[in-house]
Design a protein. Sequence first.
Length: 400
Amino acid sequence: MKKITIILSLSLAMAICLWGSGTWAEDVRGVTNNEVKLACLVDFSGPGKYAGPPLALGAETYIKYVNDQGGVHGRKINLIVEDNGIIPPTTLAAAKKVIFKDEIFAIGFNLGSSGSSAIIPLCEENKVVMMPHGANKRFYNPGNKWVFVPYSTQFNMGSRAVEFILEQDPKARIGIIYQDDDYGIDGLNGARAAAEFMKIKLVEEAPYKIGTIDMSPQMRMMKEANVDWILAWTYLPQTGGIMKEKVGMNWDVKVIGANTTAYRQIFPILGDLAEGYMAVTPYVPWEDTPQRTQDILQKYGVLEKVGTSPFPAPMFFGAWTYFAAMVEGLKQAGPNLTPETFVKGLEKVTNLDVGGMCPNVTFTPKRHVGYFSSLVVKADAKNQRFHTISPIKDPKTPQD
């Protein structure tokens, strides 16, 4: 009996040691002693397919960088990149595939506001942390236990845009052209909130359906309302339509858009017509990327590609910074990795420097958005680049 007791005591002691050292993994989907599986859902086949390759490259490069340093708590990261087609039905199919077939632990990046909204119930049911890109305010207010946003949302940037305009021109007459979906409406709501906070009203609001290219009806509405600033909560094709209509109307109206258009791809699309175009974005222009980050890109053989116009560097860094935040959450969670410890780990992320190309990231138990701040850039068509004209800062408009 004494011998059996000694054996049981030794077994228990060994189990406790193994648990404490992190070498004994629980039965957690996507987690072993040596590996953790993360998913990156981007668009290769749908309306946002231009974004898929640079986003995937950013995620893959950052994960290589982490794995070369030994991974996290002895676990290498196995990255699963999947095409989500960006719209809700295809995003839901992609999420089900990576959760149930690939058995991933968490979704480190999902492109698309509407698609992200569609998969939140699935993530809740299966205890999957998900980080949405193209996020809107409801992802942090009221928020969700399983959703973290290491990015400034469209609401935040819509507020920042209106405040910037009024800093330049306190008597500005502002109109907005916006896409009639989660992305555009969240920007509209942020602009409305800032207008109310600054005690003005938006002069005109002109929606358009996704896929519309002809912006002439919306531009006529802006002209008839006699606006002198246009907020363009649009994607690149629609932004191109607005700038072309502006020239065709011989109208010297100022145009400022969303982060989705602060890419060097605008220059081959518009040529000289891009001159003077402004946009709100969390990401510094490529030319202002810190040398320490460029050195990492050089090591992994992507510096020349990312640094050459018209490659959309902010997309690359979008996925990079998302996974930087996720990896920090894994570190903070400790070696005993479960969905619950991971949530707590992410909520400990504080002032995380993600390479200097965007604001530092902080999460708390009460705030699952990494930052509210952004900067304003202006297009230099001759040199095919953007210049910062207003530095990174929070909007004054209440965001919570």
